[in-house]
Design a protein around this ligand. Structure first.
Ligand code: ITT
Length: 190
């Protein structure tokens, strides 16, 4: 099955294609001629996932899906949340975001957090939404060099290492995105 994945994030593309496997051919934004940044002006992950998927559907008429993900930290009242990409600066500066997160949590004993991914799928013009969540803790310093974004700081529940210290397969098996994609496959298989 051929489907457009509305992302400019190469890490997401490789994670999602690994979970979907060879039955699905993911078409990139560039391949359908969308080179501009899709505005993410929504107030929630759900809104932004929908905005991205609808933008692509309106331009191309093709079946497509988009993922919007946020890290929700309990002691920060759910921040950075929908602003996860632009937490420290307007750019997608992973290192600056991680430094800011550590600074905001300094001295705080509650380090509980969760990653949440919302996927909006538009198939035959009809929208479906699924989500995936993984709970965990924010470490006190970065560890590991795999993954991307906040992975060096996120220790998933039941583990004693960060996502960045795990193999891609191990992260995908339990991650927010892996879980959301598993739900997506259920919808696509209907
Ligand atoms: P697209 O909108 O082009 O898909 P993006 O990087 O802007 O890519 P999001 O808005 O969904 O994607 O993600 C927000 C940020 O959350 C992202 O820039 C990372 O910093 C972080 N993030 C998302 N998924 C993550 C993951 O699996 N592990 C660690 N950090 C992640």
């Amino acid at each position: 099955m051929k489907i457009v994945f509305a992302t400019n994030n190469a890490h997401k593309l490789s994670e999602v294609s690994a979970v979907l496997g060879p039955d699905y051919e993911l078409v990139t934004l560039r391949e359908v001629g969308i080179t501009e940044d899709i505005p993410e002006t929504g107030a929630t992950l759900d809104e932004n996932a929908s905005l991205k998927a609808r933008y692509v559907y309106e331009r191309t008429g093709l079946d497509c899906f988009a993922d919007d993900t946020g890290l929700e930290v309990e002691a920060l009242n759910g921040a950075p949340g929908v602003r996860s990409a632009r937490y420290a600066t307007e750019g997608h500066d992973f290192a600056a975001n991680n430094r800011k997160l550590l600074a905001e949590l300094e001295g705080k004993s509650n380090r509980s957090a969760r990653f949440r991914t919302v996927i909006s799928l538009i198939r035959g013009g009809v929208e479906h939404r699924v989500e995936g969540i993984v709970r965990g803790m924010i470490a006190t310093s970065e560890a590991g060099c795999g993954g991307f974004g906040y992975d060096p700081l996120f220790i998933p529940e039941g583990h004693d290492c960060t996502f960045a210290e795990m193999s891609a397969e191990a992260k995908n098996a339990i991650s927010h995105r892996g879980r959301a994609v598993a739900e997506l496959v259920k919808v696509l298989g209907r």
